[in-house]
Design a protein around this ligand. Structure first.
Ligand code: NAD
Length: 355
């Protein structure tokens, strides 16, 4: 018998094509009247659309969200919140924008409505990573969970195919590590497998036909489930590595996840055979590593850290950082093997469970 504890974080999820039009009802439901709309500079147009839809319930826009949630940016947004006595936040965008909304909520307790436009999954987690003075720190606080998440499939249609591919693999990484989490449970196993299955089916189609609404719906549904996995159980060596690489060498988040995942799974393959079997089945393959390798080939994504700007001279430093305060992992985190894992990821080799 498997004993477990299942902790469900309450969240209201509205899912659909055109679900954005339900935003005014959701704002009313929460009784909000003076909202700040946040986005990245790239998605200012979508932020304005939200503001137009909400009319007088919006007290201001802040299109200044950037990757890794720098505290300096949050402080600028907080000044606007305080000056205009705002009572809530609407975040429209990917993990960077959601991160800013969460950082505001952490400091003010304001409720948030999130409209995700990537597959990163941050909207389903109580986790907030922030950077200050070049150091990224992560904390977990129930207070940063959004009150309502509106998944409008139409908002993802503009996510470029290459970004859709890596963002989707970022989501798969959450589910893959959930399947061997120390605090895993049968409900999360179901969500993880279904999330991987939906994304593995949808992503190749999206890369070929980015406007395919059915594939976009499948991918966003999968991303929701994978985000729930990330928010519910502990992550392991893969997430630690990506956190270290992204934070220390300023590598792009989803691309880094995509390159590291095959090697992190190879590292854990022998220690977590049941998880590997489930990942393989969800990928429709006889083997998890082969299945993932084939999926990445179909998605035409970059496979080497060298290709996304990591200097070769930093492999040893990255290995050192990754083994310092390691997350729990099904296989002990050994410096030599982790160095080899990062080297393989740097060179973009095919994953091999031989180390
Ligand atoms: P992102 O939010 O930085 O988006 C990447 C770029 O794509 C941005 O320029 C953005 O404006 C643009 N974009 C997003 N959606 C678009 C769309 N539909 N159409 C056109 N352009 C679009 O990238 P991300 O990968 O979603 O998020 C990465 C960040 O999120 C990192 O800082 C990461 O640490 C964080 N994150 C946090 C958690 C968590 O639980 N705390 C989970 C996952 C990611």
């Amino acid at each position: 018998m498997r004993e477990f504890v299942y902790n469900a974080a309450p969240a209201r999820v509205v899912f659909g094509s055109g679900a954005l039009k339900r935003l005014p009802d959701e704002v009313e439901r929460l009784g909000l009247e003076r909202l700040l709309v946040v986005s990245t500079p790239d998605q200012e147009g979508q932020g304005r659309r939200v503001a137009d839809l909400l009319g007088s319930a919006v007290a201001g826009l802040f299109p200044g969200a950037v990757m890794h949630t720098p505290v300096g940016v949050t402080e600028k947004a907080l000044a606007i919140v305080a000056a205009a006595k705002m009572d809530g936040v609407v975040a429209i965008g990917g993990g960077s924008t959601t991160g800013l909304g969460k950082a505001i909520a952490l400091r003010t307790g304001l409720p948030q409505i999130v409209l995700p436009t990537t597959y990163a999954g941050s909207e389903m987690t109580p986790i907030l990573g922030e950077t200050e003075g070049g150091v990224k720190r992560t904390q977990t606080a129930a207070k940063v969970l959004p009150s309502t998440v509106i998944y409008d499939v139409d908002l993802t249609l503009s996510l470029p195919p290459s970004l859709s591919a890596v963002s989707g693999v970022n989501a798969i990484a959450h589910a893959a590590e959930a399947l061997y989490a120390r605090d895993g449970n049968p409900i999360i196993d179901l969500m993880a497998q279904e999330g991987i299955r939906a994304l593995a089916r949808a992503l190749p189609r999206i890369v070929e036909a980015p406007q395919d609404g059915a594939a976009r719906a499948d991918a966003l549904y999968g991303a929701w489930l994978c985000g729930l996995c990330l928010g519910t159980v502990g992550m392991a060596v893969h997430h630690k590595l990506c956190h270290t690489l992204g934070g220390s060498f300023d590598l792009p988040h989803a691309e880094t996840h995509t390159i590291v995942l095959p090697h992190a799974l190879a590292y854990n393959a022998r220690a977590a055979p049941q998880a590997m079997a489930r990942i393989a089945a969800a990928l429709g393959s006889e083997d998890a590593l082969i299945g993932l390798d084939r999926l990445l080939a179909r998605l035409k994504v970059k496979r080497g850290l060298a290709q996304i700007g990591m200097p070769e001279s930093s492999i040893a430093r990255a290995a050192e950082l990754a083994v310092a305060n390691p997350y729990w992992n099904p296989r002990p985190v050994e410096r030599g093997a982790i160095h080899e894992l990062i080297r393989r990821a740097y060179d973009g080799e095919a994953p091999r469970a031989d180390f």
